[in-house]
Design a protein around this ligand. Structure first.
Ligand code: PMP
Length: 405
């Protein structure tokens, strides 16, 4: 594999620093990834060279900004192979994408007594909006469980789907277990029963090549900040047939065709779902992040990160008293664990003092914690810039902490 890790790391100046006088080891990319210079420069260039509000300006600056903004929509369409650019909606992030669909889809298609299936391994962002919608519509949430390896029990899915089932919400990759879920299989089964599927791709797009047409996903959501882009921006992909039928999520400028006190007509897709001035700067900078991913190649990134995952898993398994949560045969770049006799929070704090950034706590996934009967755990997660040498530093630090207890 031709993977020039030194060159890649040189794009991320933030990684070359010391924390508490120790070289920084950043193992928290699943929470938010670091930003390359291409992204930082894109932001600066926009504000130094030209800037205007988009879609409505009749001047050079506004036109130029609009073109740049809309080019990113095309880039994203290509990146996930959506059929048309109208199916790419810019949101604030995955959370807003879920809320949009939970509100608008349920408003149109879910009625009293209907059911929405949600997997047990979801991030809170892919549970709570469905609960809120279900409460509003007097519908029911049905759990699709996972087993102790962290694998969804999809053999149970046929018995969970019935005439009342309207939608299945599932993560492509779990933010705690790292499991890569069989979303194609789930979607196929759902569609045989006329059920729509919402895929939370927040932990998938940065690691796996996504083809929404091949997956046949009805909705697919992700955030720019986990994809080496800025925060405050995300994407909702939705099949045109759904987006055309469901009502707007928010009202305001941009999303209208005509407004009068007698009534309002709505704009065409995608603007129907983009009320108000969007996060112009971040969308344009997001384009630079996608550009970098394409330049490195997702296939290469996937191979590199899998080698890190395998290496770290085998090293971690040698650590005395360790319990890893999530041992599915198909995993992506996260490993969650606890060490017997050490509180996850203490472990996180002590690792931090050794320059190693990890995530601790419930990881916004209470239902996963409840499954394992724990209050929290430690999670390490890899990005395209991490190395085996960093894993060695981490394992040595872990053993040092273990000896302290
Ligand atoms: N879903 C998953 C699987 C996640 O990991 C996250 C972020 N931790 C989210 C949803 C929410 O993403 P955001 O906070 O960017 O909206």
């Amino acid at each position: 594999m031709n993977y020039d890790i030194q060159k890649i790391r040189s794009y991320f100046p933030v990684l070359h620093q010391k924390v508490y006088d120790k070289p920084l080891v950043y193992f928290d990319s699943a929470a938010s990834a670091q930003k390359p210079i291409q992204v930082l420069m894109a932001k600066e260039k926009l504000h130094n060279d030209y800037y205007g509000n988009i879609h409505r300006g009749a001047h050079f600056m506004a036109d130029k900004t609009t073109v740049q903004f809309e080019e990113v929509r095309d880039k994203i369409r290509n990146f996930i192979n959506a059929e048309s650019r109208e199916e790419i909606i810019f949101t604030k992030g995955t959370t807003e994408s879920v809320n949009l669909v939970a509100y608008s889809f349920c408003e149109k298609f879910v009625k009293e007594g209907d059911e929405i299936i949600v997997s047990e391994m979801e991030h809170h962002a892919n549970i709570v909006p469905w609960q809120l919608a279900a409460e509003r519509k007097k519908a029911k949430i049905v759990k699709l469980p996972f087993n102790d390896l962290g694998v969804l029990e999809i053999e149970k899915l046929p018995s969970l789907i019935n005439q009342k089932t309207k939608l299945i919400a599932v993560a492509h990759v779990s933010n705690v277990l790292g499991t890569v879920n069989p979303v194609s299989e789930i979607i196929e089964l759902a569609h045989e029963n006329n059920v729509a599927v919402f895929v939370d791709g927040a932990q998938a797009v940065q690691h796996l090549q996504i083809d929404v047409q091949k997956l046949d996903a009805d909705f697919y959501a992700f955030s720019a900040h986990k994809l080496y882009g800025p925060n405050g921006v995300g994407v909702l992909y939705g099949k045109k047939k759904w987006l055309e039928q469901i009502p707007p999520y928010q009202g305001g400028g941009e999303m209208i065709a005509e407004v009068s006190f007698e009534g309002t007509t709505f704009n065409q897709l995608p603007l129907k779902f983009e009320a108000g001035t969007p996060n112009i700067t971040s969308v344009i900078a997001f384009g630079a992040a996608i550009g970098l991913i394409i330049e490195i190649g997702l296939q290469n990134i996937e191979e590199w990160e899998l080698s890190l995952l395998e290496y770290a898993t085998s090293k971690l398994k040698e650590v005395q008293g360790i319990r890893i949560y999530g041992e599915a045969p198909e995993k992506s770049s996260v490993i969650s664990f606890n060490i017997e006799g050490i509180h996850f929070y203490d472990l996180g704090v002590l690792l931090d003092k050794m320059g190693i950034a990890v995530r601790t706590g419930h990881l916004c996934a209470d239902t996963v914690m409840q499954h394992f009967g724990i209050n929290g755990c430690v999670r390490i997660s890899f990005g395209l810039y991490n190395t085996k040498a960093e894993i060695d530093i981490f394992i040595a630090a872990l053993n040092k902490v273990r000896l302290m207890f």
